[in-house]
Design a protein around this ligand. Structure first.
Ligand SMILES: Nc1ncnc2c1ncn2[C@@H]1O[C@H](COP(=O)(O)OP(=O)(O)OP(=O)(O)O)[C@@H](O)[C@H]1O
Ligand SMILES: O=P(O)(O)OC[C@H]1O[C@H](OP(=O)(O)OP(=O)(O)O)[C@H](O)[C@@H]1O
Ligand SMILES: [Mg+2]
Length: 299
């Protein structure tokens, strides 16, 4: 029996989103141990249960109010939403935020030897996909008719196997397309992982816990996207140096012992500092440059 006072969060059991979802929850202070054999993991220090399921099931579990929150790829979420709207099933949810992992795109791709002009080159042809709804939406917008071949996996092998003329599948580095003699022609949807909440009214206690988790998550993700930068700079190039620090507002400037021509700068930068910026900083006389990760941010 599940305890309805505990927050139920669905995460992917294993796959591309699984480790990152767990890491983010742990970063928010939720303590739990996952037993690979078990569907549920109970948090030790908060009233939270994690349900470990196939990612395809997560949008429906949230939309039916079976779980309170879910970590899911926007691609799977939107595909399920269109499917449910078509069938007249509950499809409401609240997207709490996009996350900083699971980035990929849903694209059309065809074999290397296919002479492709634009999507109309696929008129009347067969396209293999696991995302029939997102594909249909795109092709309808372009006014192109086609037939689909539903495959839950190994979509990239469909053209070679003679099952389809082209495919519509997820791409990240493009290595899988390349390995199967295909090339990407149209990006039809850009996706990242996101956190969604059921549209059902929560008890005040559960809603307070969700708000707390979300605020912590914002802190963890901002920290991951930021760096703490320390350096020494000549006073005469101070302004130029500060303007090179990406997204660093109001840095702290401190005097240095026994050197009135130089100062120490402490800054939080909203982006990483790349090697070429570091080189430009040294050309302006900066020294002792340290770029450090930030673990948490708040306020
Ligand atoms: N190459 C990729 N790079 C980054 N993110 C990806 C990539 N491929 C997929 N994703 C994202 O991760 C999600 C899960 O991908 P995965 O391949 O683990 O799913 P799956 O095989 O359907 O898993 P499950 O067994 O849970 O059904 C995708 O829906 C997408 O949002
Ligand atoms: O452009 P790439 O970097 O090659 O990534 C794309 C591949 O990644 C995903 O599959 P995954 O590797 O997760 O395996 P799966 O088919 O078992 O889901 C996706 O379904 C593609 O096949
Ligand atoms: Mg899946």
């Amino acid at each position: 029996m599940t305890d309805s006072n505990r927050l139920r969060i669905a995460i992917q059991k294993s796959g591309r989103l699984s480790k990152e979802s767990q890491k983010l929850l742990k970063g928010c202070g939720v303590k739990f141990n996952v037993n690979e054999q078990r569907l549920i993991a109970h948090a030790d220090n908060m009233p939270i249960d994690l349900l470990r399921v196939r990612d395809d099931d997560i949008p429906g579990l949230v939309m039916d109010g079976v779980v309170d929150l879910g970590f899911i790829g926007e691609n799977v979420l939107e595909e399920e939403q269109i499917e449910r709207e078509t069938l007249g099933k509950p499809a409401a949810y609240n997207k709490l935020r996009q996350l900083d992992f699971g980035g990929c795109r849903l694209s059309l791709a065809v074999p290397k030897e296919f002479s492709y002009q634009d999507a109309s080159s696929l008129e009347g042809l067969r396209i293999a996909t696991s995302y029939p709804n997102l594909l249909r939406r795109y092709m309808q917008q372009k006014g192109i008719t086609y037939s689909d071949c539903m495959l839950k996996g190994s979509v990239e092998v469909a053209p070679r196997a003679g099952l389809a003329d082209g495919i519509c599948d997820l791409v990240s580095t493009g290595a899988t397309l390349e390995a199967n003699g295909l090339y990407e022609t149209d990006v039809i949807y850009r996706s990242k992982a996101c956190l969604i909440q059921s549209a059902e009214q929560q008890t005040p206690a559960k809603q307070a816990l969700i708000d707390k988790l979300l605020s912590r998550m914002n802190g963890v993700i901002s920290a991951r996207e930021s760096k703490y930068i320390l350096l020494h700079a000549p006073t005469e190039t101070l302004d130029q140096i500060v303007s090179l620090l990406p997204g660093a507002e109001n840095p702290t400037v401190l005097p240095l012992n026994d050197d009135s021509n130089r100062v120490a700068i402490h800054a939080v930068s909203s982006e990483d500092l790349f090697w070429d910026t570091m080189e430009q900083l040294t050309e302006l006389g900066a020294s002792s440059i340290l770029v450090m990760p930030i673990e948490k941010m708040m306020g």
